[in-house]
Design a protein around this ligand. Structure first.
Ligand code: B12
Length: 252
């Protein structure tokens, strides 16, 4: 096994049991060895968190185990973030992102933020457990083109609808495009609540965000061989997709 493979295995194993300092050390070693940060993320850390979810589901893990695993993952994300986000160019649009009321899951949202930021979006992150009235206030204050709602619980998904209703009541619904996501969310559910789009993962969220900008008449490069700045992450996003197909996350 190569050192890179050992690092990935170590990251998976240590994240699973929430050993944060080992996860941080291995992440740093991987970065120093020139490993692709997206391979570290999608090839080791996220699969480990998926396994954590499975163990919770079958009753082998409880909330404390999930929490330490999530903390270990976040330590690694702090190291990976600067490598994934390439600041400097003019923002191509503004996105307000949040996890809905009653929900504290933020890893998926944070990952979307990193990828969106890396593609040139300006991100306003409202954090977790965000109430509909706070959503309205943030749209008034920041006037984003896009709004992203994240929910990881079937019991909090209905807040997508509450948020959309609050926006309509405030006369703001037509001023933004709304995208939704999170582990239990489906495209059908997104449609049923009247969202403008759904994405199952961060790379799809980037494509969706750009498409929604284009739909609104903004001139946004859609990746490919265009400008230098935009293409670095587009290439990375493609790499992620390949990794996800390999790991069986995407069937299509
Ligand atoms: C870590 C974790 C926790 C941590 C969260 C820490 C944190 N800071 O986020 C803690 C321990 C706090 C936690 C608590 C709970 N959790 Co929890 N948790 C998880 C776990 C293991 C991982 C979630 C995660 O971060 N995944 C990694 C990310 C990267 O996931 P992802 O889906 O791939 O994310 C992508 C997409 O969803 C998408 N996306 C996400 N957001 C958005 C937004 C937009 C706009 C777009 C376009 C796309 C998008 O892009 C992301 C990046 O690629 C999941 C299991 C799982 N398999 O999901 C359970 C899970 C979500 N939790 C669950 C439960 C039940 C709970 C608790 C109720 C447990 C309890 N009894 O207290 C509490 C609820 C707390 C609350 N009020 O929110 C259940 C939910 C079941 C359900 N369907 O309702 C799950 C599925 C576990 C299970 N298998 O049963 N949890």
């Amino acid at each position: 096994m190569s050192r890179e493979e050992e690092i990935k295995k170590g990251l998976f194993d240590h994240t699973l049991v929430g050993e944060a300092s080992e996860v941080v050390e291995l992440t740093q070693e991987g970065i120093d060895l020139g490993m692709d940060p997206l391979d570290i993320l999608f090839g080791a850390l996220i699969p480990s968190l998926q396994e954590v979810g499975r163990l919770f589901e079958i009753g082998e893990y409880f909330v404390p185990e999930m929490l330490v695993a999530a903390r270990a993952m976040q330590g690694a994300m702090a190291l990976l973030r600067p490598l994934l986000v390439d600041k400097g160019a003019e923002p191509i649009g503004k996105v307000v992102m949040l996890t809905v009321k009653g929900d504290v899951h933020d890893i998926g949202k944070n990952l979307c933020n990193i990828m969106l930021e890396g593609e040139g979006f300006d991100i306003v992150d409202l954090g977790v457990n965000v109430k509909p009235e706070e959503v309205v206030a943030a749209v008034q204050e920041h006037q984003p083109q896009l709004l992203g709602f994240s929910a990881f619980l079937t019991t909090t998904m209905p807040f997508f609808k509450s948020n959309l209703a609050a926006l309509s009541e405030a006369g703001l619904r037509d001023s933004v495009k709304v995208m939704v996501g999170g582990a239990p969310v489906t495209p059908e559910y997104a449609d049923s609540v009247g969202a403008d789009g759904f994405a199952p993962d961060a790379s799809a969220a980037v494509r969706l965000a750009k498409q929604l900008m284009v739909d609104m008449g903004y001139d946004v490069s859609m990746g490919g061989d265009d400008s230098e700045g935009a293409s670095a992450l587009s290439t990375a996003v493609q790499a992620v997709e390949e990794l996800m197909v390999k790991s069986g996350k995407h069937e299509e």
